[in-house]
Design a protein around this ligand. Structure first.
Ligand SMILES: [Zn+2]
Ligand SMILES: [Zn+2]
Length: 179
């Protein structure tokens, strides 16, 4: 992660196909930096990993979240925010993460839980102000399921009034009793 941000400098780059293109550098606003930091906490708390792809250059977006800076890099753009991220108004009050229940018969029942209001607000803000604005697409993976079986899928959908996270080990929702 660290190398990505230091080895990609603004200016001309040559893609593997030999096409020259330009890496644009743009600053992140403090609100964007704050969202990225809070979202990173959210992912860690929920044992989630994401793969992000920039829709403009079709390469993975790497993100670095450090105390003194926040940055993202793909093949077409470098975004950074230097300095401590200002206090976030999206302070999370994380609820316990549900985990699978293993029955005596060896049957696995997914744990059920809900997202907090603050988490729902964060996810909606992240989708609107980061994913849409930056043209990123994201796919989430449950760390617990993925490390047990690489073929295990995770579904994570965020709409205006509903959130649903579903994998083999849990079902976590917000609003409308998504099923
Ligand atoms: Zn890009
Ligand atoms: Zn899982």
């Amino acid at each position: 992660m660290a190398e990505i941000l230091t080895s990609t400098t603004p200016g001309d780059v040559t893609t593997p196909e030999g096409v020259r293109s330009c890496v644009l550098a743009s600053p992140l606003t403090s609100a964007e930096a704050s969202l990225l930091r809070t979202y990173a906490h959210f992912l860690a708390h929920h044992h989630l990993n994401v793969v992000r792809v920039c829709q403009l250059c079709q390469t993975d977006v790497d993100i670095a979240v450090r105390p003194e800076m926040i940055g993202s890099a793909c093949a077409c753009r470098l975004r950074t925010f230097q300095g401590p991220t200002p206090g976030s108004d999206l302070a999370l009050s994380p609820l316990p993460v549900p985990s699978a229940i293993l029955g005596l018969d060896g049957e696995v029942t997914p744990g059920r839980g809900v997202f907090s209001m603050a988490e729902a607000a964060l996810l909606n803000a992240y989708k609107r102000r980061i994913l849409r604005t930056f043209n990123w697409k994201e796919k989430a993976f449950c760390d617990d399921c993925f490390s047990a079986n690489r073929k295990e899928g995770t579904s994570f959908a965020v709409t205006d009034d509903q959130i649903g996270l579903r994998c083999r080990c849990r079902e976590q929702t917000f609003g409308g009793g998504a099923r």
